[in-house]
Design a protein around this ligand. Structure first.
Ligand SMILES: Cc1cc2nc3c(=O)[nH]c(=O)nc-3n(C[C@H](O)[C@H](O)[C@H](O)COP(=O)(O)OP(=O)(O)OC[C@H]3O[C@@H](n4cnc5c(N)ncnc54)[C@H](O)[C@@H]3O)c2cc1C
Length: 313
């Protein structure tokens, strides 16, 4: 537990830096699932300099922190988080020929708008994510055969108080994974992408096709965090469906009847409700098919989720 003095000092210093701070925030309002406990302090640094200074200050004071984009891949514990949520709020896109350099807090939908205007293709999937660019890099997000790793060239990262540049290779991308998921203390500040030159109208058509397909297959009218589990080589939602789990509910959470990979916050669900459903999905896939599913959601404030994988080894 951090002392009140430390937080007072932090809030004063952030105030001097004109960083927006809130002491009444909760994960429920900062995540798309709409679940999770209260947070001692949420901060919203809205340019690159403020972001780096904020991170350095928090680290110097040894205050626990979690970084959030749009919270569209986060399942946070229902308990109180006695630390700081740094909500990545610095936004901006600069294009140069086929390249785009993007600040981490930029929404992926905004990036896709810029790409459409410039007629750059290969990043149409960004239009389908309710995410920030930084969060999409962390989870190597993707859909419809496109993903971050196929367009990312390099990232600028806050690492142990320093700013470093990392080429795409060093990000160790694999399905819905990257080196950043294993190093939650590293913070993606910006990303550089290279796209293919195309026709703006074709890019627009691709985006519309992808969005239509998502709307038909996914329960976008409910609060969720997308697919909750994944496997490197097996499409799990079909198996979850085959296992008869569609509609399975705990408390206010339910496995979608439209898309079996989604767990929905139907009626005032808690994070624990959702967590228990994910465990049930994983146990069922293991028992019925011998498949060890991995949790796709980033768990904040839970004990090591790899426990499940270890038990199956
Ligand atoms: C309706 C819906 C549909 C979805 N469809 C897809 C899909 O088709 N494909 C797909 O891949 N995903 C999908 N998702 C999941 C989600 O949108 C992606 O994983 C997205 O990339 C998360 O981005 P975010 O900004 O919301 O990150 P958050 O959820 O805020 O954070 C995710 C993780 O990254 C960390 N993080 C965030 N920003 C940074 C940063 N700048 N530096 C370091 N760490 C950071 C957080 O601490 C957390 O661990 C979907 C989600 C929803 C709700």
């Amino acid at each position: 537990m951090c002392s009140a003095d430390v937080f007072d000092k932090l809030i004063r210093a952030l105030g001097d830096m004109a960083v927006t701070c809130r002491e009444d925030a909760s994960f429920a309002e900062l995540t798309t699932l709409g679940t999770g406990g209260k947070i001692r302090l949420a901060v919203f640094p809205d340019d690159l300099r403020k972001t780096v200074r904020t991170l350095r200050l928090i680290d110097q004071l040894a205050v626990p922190r979690v970084v959030l984009g749009k919270g569209s891949n986060v399942l946070a514990n229902d308990g109180f988080f006695d630390g700081v949520a740094v909500v990545m709020s610095a936004t901006g896109v600069k294009t140069h020929g086929r390249s785009a350099t993007v600040l981490a807090g930029t929404s992926t939908v905004y990036l896709s708008k810029v790409l459409r205007e410039k007629g750059l293709c290969g990043g149409e999937f960004f239009a389908c994510l309710p995410a920030t660019v930084g969060g999409s890099v962390v989870g190597n997000a993707g859909c419809f055969g496109q993903d971050v790793q196929s367009v990312l060239r390099s990232v600028t990262v806050y690492k142990n108080g320093k700013i470093v540049h990392m080429g795409a290779k060093k990000c160790n991308f694999s399905k819905r994974n990257s080196v950043f998921r294993r190093h939650p203390d590293w913070v993606v500040l910006a990303a550089k992408f290279t796209f293919e030159v195309g026709d703006p109208q074709q890019v627009e058509r691709n985006i519309l096709r992808m969005r239509r397909s998502k709307a038909l297959s996914q329960p976008l009218e409910f609060r969720s965090a997308g697919c909750v589990v994944y496997h490197e080589s097996v499409a799990l939602s079909k198996l979850i469906d085959q296992a008869g789990l569609k509609g399975y509910a705990v408390g206010g959470a339910q496995i979608s009847t439209k898309h079996a990979g989604f767990v929905l916050n139907i009626d005032k669900a808690t994070s624990l409700d959702i967590y228990l459903i994910i465990q049930h999905i994983k146990e069922t896939l293991w028992d019925k098919y011998g498949i060890c599913a991995k949790t796709e959601l980033c768990l904040v404030g839970w004990k090591d989720d790899d426990d499940f994988a270890k038990r199956q080894e």
